[in-house]
Design a protein around this ligand. Structure first.
Ligand code: HEM
Length: 525
């Protein structure tokens, strides 16, 4: 049915990034704690512009084919359309079964929301995971069930336990070598996958997913899962994990966005989801238990001898913390990073001059292309980092972030009640000329202090979010991307010789189509 198809795209987008958890999140309500600002100057919430809902159908009809005014086949364009049509604050109310969404395109106001979010920010996410953690496997997850889909004090307690080791620079530096080993295997596999024109296969994005899985296994489970092996047997654990990750990627959105029958009775898709999640839990427990056994045998002189998993295990007597953390990192860390890499490689392959500039930088920093990487060398790759930031600014992989207000607030002069879901459309704000000079120009140099005079509002482009709830895996994500680009572009030139691809929100914002990159070895220098 076309409407179901189209509206599910919008809902996929909305729910993936900002969906409401009916169980835990307060609905918008009357102002209970008005911010102390002269009330005459304030405008009521009802005056916020936006498409007006009509009785019964609310705003959903606007997304219907033919009679609806919005083409939501590309939901990223929808948030841009709202901005053009209504300005810096737009209310989308009357979405069937959803709370109001408040799109805010003002970087100063976004900064205000982030800065006032308090010690336990509420980012609505993944209702399926919430049900799985808090009901189906309550016995296992208990009260502090991780960081993803958990809120309030339980979120804070868990995040406090794990955040230091994950975000400490010296922990991350320990992974330069292991991530380089995974990446070398991946690049070797890329050379084996080339067709007679030197191009990658049409499903190259699947291969990027396997690289991401292998990296996340190395970080969160202390193990090489073997996902990059060319000939995986049908009953291998690696293949089962790849299938489980693919399942998660393809079906969770459907489950969460179609009418949520699973909330009331176990549909077949829900049963498979639970089985899939149980499998991930089992894998996490198996490898963490093995890490625990190794740790018992290890002579440890200082904390520096420990891997991330070992540090968590050493500080937390109950290995459940390590199980749950590994599960969260795997669930969130695979598709974000792989879609980001698809996008970054596509941009590099279609921007030969900038790729050449990157190559020259890599030649300078890594005169011997076979010498191992170090964190000091990565630090010197300023153009590489600037290129990645610019891709995130113009093609933000996670197209927006959001917070459910836990207190009433004033935004752009309107009284906004707590419970409203405020949306920060990063993809749009990163290209508003008031906040970013020459926003339509792809210019990595703008991020390089030595070369740039251009302005960027610090809250206009935040690919990893901000504040206490900011992306927990960001340092590992940066490291994995940097290692891949450094190793690949130092030795190979990448081209894309087909019709340009459009960006779409499938799950994340990424080029939609076959990533048949041509890979040519650079002559030895
Ligand atoms: C380029 C890749 C990535 C992007 C763009 C990204 C982006 C984000 C964003 C926007 C958030 C929400 C932050 C907020 O609410 O302020 C987030 C949360 C999170 N990310 Fe990432 N992420 C990436 C990779 C990863 C990886 C590789 C991991 C795991 C190793 C990871 C683990 C997490 C976790 C656990 C959270 C939830 C944090 C919490 O709620 O306390 N992310 N990420």
């Amino acid at each position: 049915m076309p409407f179901a198809k189209k509206s599910s795209k919008l809902l996929k987008f909305l729910a993936r990034n900002w969906s409401q958890e009916a169980v835990t999140c307060p609905e918008p309500e009357k102002l209970t704690n008005p911010v102390p600002i002269q009330s005459q100057a304030l405008k009521p919430y009802s005056d916020i512009p936006g498409p007006r809902p009509i009785p019964i159908l609310g705003n959903t009809w606007r997304l219907l084919p033919v009679i609806g005014q919005y083409d939501i086949s590309d939901v990223a364009k929808l948030s841009s359309l709202f901005y053009q049509e209504y300005g810096k604050i737009v209310k989308l109310s009357g979405l069937v079964g959803r709370p109001d969404l408040l799109f805010v395109y003002d970087a100063d106001e976004i900064e205000k929301v982030y800065r006032q979010e308090g010690p336990t920010p509420f980012r609505p996410s993944m209702p399926c995971l919430v049900k799985y953690k808090s009901e189906v496997r309550k016995d296992f997850f208990g009260r502090e069930g991780g960081v993803v889909g958990v809120h309030g004090e339980p979120w804070k307690t868990f995040r406090t336990k794990v955040q230091k080791p994950i975000l400490q620079l010296h922990t991350v530096k320990k992974y330069v070598e292991p991530i380089e080993a995974v990446t070398n295997d991946f690049i070797q596999r890329m050379t084996e996958m080339q067709d007679d024109k030197g191009e990658m296969p049409a499903d190259f994005d699947n291969e990027i997913h396997k690289w991401a899985l292998e990296c996340i296994g190395r970080v969160s489970l202390d193990v090489r899962l073997g996902c990059l092996d060319a000939n995986l047997s049908q009953d291998s654990e690696a293949l089962k994990i790849i299938e489980a990750a693919k399942y998660a990627l393809r079906n969770i959105a459907i489950l969460e966005l179609r009418f949520p029958f699973w909330r009331y009775f176990p549909t077949s898709l829900w049963t498979r989801y639970v089985k899939n999640m149980d499998y991930f839990v089992e894998i996490c427990m198996k490898h963490i238990d093995a890490a625990m056994e190794r740790l018992k045998m290890k002579t440890v002189k200082s904390e520096k001898d420990l891997s991330l998993v070992e540090r968590i295990l050493a500080s937390e007597p109950d290995s459940k913390t390590a199980y749950i953390l590994a599960l969260d990192l795997i669930l969130v860390g695979i598709d974000t990073i792989s879609m980001a890499v698809c996008s970054i490689l596509y941009q590099l392959a279609t921007r030969p001059e900038q790729q050449e500039k990157l190559y020259q930088e890599l030649k300078r920093v890594l005169p011997d292309k076979h010498a191992p990487l170090t964190s000091e060398k990565l630090d010197q790759m300023v153009f590489l980092k600037a290129f990645v930031k610019e891709v995130f600014r113009m093609y933000s992989t996670v197209i927006g972030n959001g917070r459910t207000l836990q207190e009433d607030m004033v935004l752009l002069g309107y009284k906004v009640p707590k419970g409203v879901q405020v949306v920060f459309p990063t993809l749009v704000t990163g290209s508003i000329s008031e906040y970013v000079s020459e926003p339509k120009t792809f210019m990595p140099e703008r991020w390089m202090k030595s070369e740039s005079t251009s302005k960027i509002h610090p809250f206009a482009s935040l690919p990893y979010g901000y504040g206490a709830r900011m992306c927990l895996g960001r340092r590992f994500a940066d490291l994995e991307i940097q290692v891949l680009l450094a190793k690949l572009i130092r030795s190979y030139r990448l081209d894309y010789l087909h019709e340009p691809l459009e960006y779409k929100v499938t799950f994340m914002y990424a080029p939609d189509g076959s990533l048949k990159f041509k890979m040519s070895e650079r002559p030895d220098d």
